[in-house]
Design a protein around this ligand. Structure first.
Ligand code: PHB
Length: 390
């Protein structure tokens, strides 16, 4: 009996020691992001948000110190590259969580790795609606294209825009934007008078702009992933006389994204878009966020991608607080479901049914505020779920 008691005490101690060791182990988060190449700004902004969270909110989650491992999956659109890097993160670096994902092809390619390796996967940007259906361990902290598109389609229909030409990038997010715009706008009585899908890489907008000009729609709806192409499109729209011909431009907020808004310049003035984040959003949380952001990165502007990184880290931090530092994929996802918080973008929650984010979508107009181009919010749809899954 004495022996048995001793053994029991020893075993209990061993178990407690192993839990303590586990709790003290760092939590390794593998970030898959485009850090170089045409979409390097995505990696920079998401990484800025991730680091800002750790610097301002603390770098120990559920008792475990956070260790980040960043892998550059440039160009960000090659799924095989993202997949190989995610496999390396799991096998060699032994990460507990996969996170990041600037573009949809990267998230699509890594989702099966998360499922196979039983690792939670936190998406900080990639926004095709179907992304969350690709793994049961995936949670999204950013937005979905149908979610940010439907409100501008409703706004257009209510504001004397009757005929719209759509122009989108020819991949998942563009197809989602085109489909949702058409659905919402035509249901409200609008008409689609033309649609074009432009290549994601090096599109030549000149023939499209001419065709749009000849079709004479009331407005053009566009979704392009922000970058050099977006700037070229905006310049072309003015230079080719589409604005002068009275054709309006409407879009998702990816177009006048704060990261490229200054490069677009005055051509963006008056542009109306719908989106989940604006640097000019008025709230105490966003004031604190933008001030901390400028202190940390004086040369950049806070944008939706930085918020995706910041909120993605908040989600991981709160989940680990709930699970006591346990990052088991099933436990992680269960803890994430239904989570609610006030983000710098406004109130958000994780839909327990889809693991996607529910949030306010704002209608905004580009204006000069204190000498700076800003997306000024003037209307909103509250607690808006991804309509792409309904
Ligand atoms: C995507 O590839 O999912 C993506 C990229 C940029 C955006 C939105 C979505 O602005």
């Amino acid at each position: 009996m004495q022996h048995f008691k001793k053994a029991l005490v020893a075993a209990t101690f061993a178990l407690a020691a192993s839990f303590a060791a586990q709790a003290a182990d760092p939590i390794k988060i593998g970030l898959v992001l485009p850090m170089t190449g045409p979409f390097a700004a995505y990696g920079k902004q998401i990484h800025n948000g991730v680091k800002l969270y750790l610097a301002t909110q603390g770098d120990t989650f559920g008792g475990r110190k956070v260790e980040l491992i960043v892998k550059d999956d440039a160009p960000g659109t090659a799924g095989d590259v993202s997949k190989r890097l995610a496999q390396e993160l799991v096998v060699k670096d032994k990460v507990d969580i996969l996170a990041g994902f600037g573009l949809t092809p990267s998230a699509f390619a890594v989702a099966p790795v998360a499922t196979e390796a039983k690792k939670p996967m936190v998406v900080m940007n990639a926004a095709t609606s179907a992304v969350t259906t690709k793994s049961n361990y995936l949670v999204r902290a950013s937005m979905t294209l149908p979610q940010i598109t439907a409100p501008i389609a409703s706004w257009a229909a209510k504001n004397k825009i009757k005929k719209v030409f759509t122009l989108v990038a020819d991949y998942g997010p563009g197809h989602d934007a085109e489909g949702q715009f058409k659905k919402t706008f035509t249901a409200a009585g609008g008409e689609i008078v033309g649609e074009v899908r432009a290549p994601v890489k090096n599109p030549d907008f000149a023939p499209f702009l001419q065709k749009i000009k000849d079709t004479k729609p009331d407005a053009v709806f566009i979704f392009l992933p922000p970058g050099a192409e977006t700037i070229a499109f905006m310049k072309g729209f003015t230079e080719r006389g589409l604005s002068a011909a009275g054709i309006r431009l409407i879009a998702t907020g990816d177009l006048p994204d704060e990261d490229i808004l200054d490069a677009i310049g005055d051509a963006a003035l008056g542009l109306i878009t719908s989106f989940h984040y604006s640097e000019a959003h008025k709230s105490a949380e966003n004031k604190a966020y933008t001030e901390a952001y400028y202190k940390a990165y004086p040369k950049d502007r806070p944008n939706f991608m930085s918020i995706g990184g910041y909120d993605g880290m908040h989600l991981i931090a709160e989940v680990l607080k709930k699970t006591g530092g346990n990052a088991d994929a099933e436990k992680f996802v269960e803890a994430a479901k239904g989570m609610k918080w006030t983000s710098p973008r406004g109130p958000v929650s994780i839909d327990p049914a889809t693991r996607d984010i529910v949030q306010t979508i704002y209608i905004r107009k580009v204006e000069r505020v204190g000498g700076k181009l800003q997306n000024v919010e003037f209307d909103q749809v509250n607690e808006f779920k991804d309509p792409g899954k309904q």
